[in-house]
Each structure stands twice: as C-alpha cells, then as structure tokens.
Write a protein that binds this ligand. Structure first.
Ligand code: ZN
Length: 149
C-alpha cells in the first residue's frame, strides 16, 4: 500500500496497457482494504481521455497514475481540481526535473543538461529532490563567456 492512500474511500486508477498488471494488483490491494476503485485502462496514456475521467470525479478522491507520460494526466488532474497530495504516480522510467526559474516540470532521460520546455533556459538537474514537485530541482547552466561579458 502506498503511503497516504489510506485516507481515501474512493480511488481512481489510470494506467496504460503496459502497466495493467501492476494496476490490477493495486486495485485488488485497495479493494481488500474496503476501498472502491475505478480502474481505467488505456492503450497509452491519453491526456484528452484522462481529462474526461478526472473531470467526472467528485473532489476528494485519490488518483493513481501508472504508465509512461503520467505528467500530462497529472496536469489535467490538477487543473480539474485535484490537489497534488491526492495524486500518486507510479512510473519508474521517468526522471523528472523542475525549473528553478518557472517551476515547470520537464521529463528528462538522463542527468545531463536540458532545455526547460516552458522558459527555454538551459538547465542542469541537481541532487536536490522536491517531494512537492516529485522532481529534482534544476538550475540554469551559466555558459562561460569568451572574453569580456
Ligand atoms: Zn523554466
């Protein structure tokens, strides 16, 4: 059982086909604890379908997202009124970094520097991990200027 899920009576689980097994195990585990679970399986995580699903949920439910591309679903859930505390993400592949300038979260493949999708700063992930953003903090890379700046 994921920490924090105890308090929800109703949980919406969204998963892609690839993570269906894992999601089913989670569903059983939650049901064994007397929770009502709505499981939605998509071929791959689709933001439009996800938006539809989260918009039809009463506020105060837990949301678990399995799969690749969970960030899109997370964003529509937050704009539909979910608090970040109500969203649980299970995606081992994704490495997330958030921009120290605009706090935009970018999915990164490695620890190398990357460009923020939102403000286009060149950033480098740090060791600092934010549990709020569930991402590492990334700082701008200051390029060395040749000669006089
Ligand atoms: Zn940024």
């Amino acid at each position: 059982m994921k920490e924090g899920l105890e308090k929800y009576r109703h949980v919406l689980v969204i998963t892609d086909k690839k993570h269906e097994e894992k999601a089913l195990r989670m569903q059983r585990e939650l049901q064994n604890r007397g929770k009502s679970v709505q499981l939605e399986v998509m071929a791959s995580l689709d933001v439009l379908i996800g938006k539809e699903l989260v918009s039809n949920q009463p506020i105060g439910r837990g949301l678990i997202i399995f799969g690749e591309g969970t960030l899109g679903i997370e964003r529509v859930a937050v704009s539909a009124g979910y608090s970040r505390d109500d969203i649980f993400i299970d995606s081992s592949q994704e490495s997330r970094a958030f921009c120290s300038q605009c706090h935009h979260i970018t999915i990164i493949g490695s620890d190398e520097s990357f460009i923020c999708e939102n403000c286009l700063q060149q950033l480098e992930p740090s060791e600092h991990y934010s549990t709020y953003h569930r991402a590492s903090l990334a700082y701008p890379v200051f390029k060395e200027t040749d000669g006089k700046g």
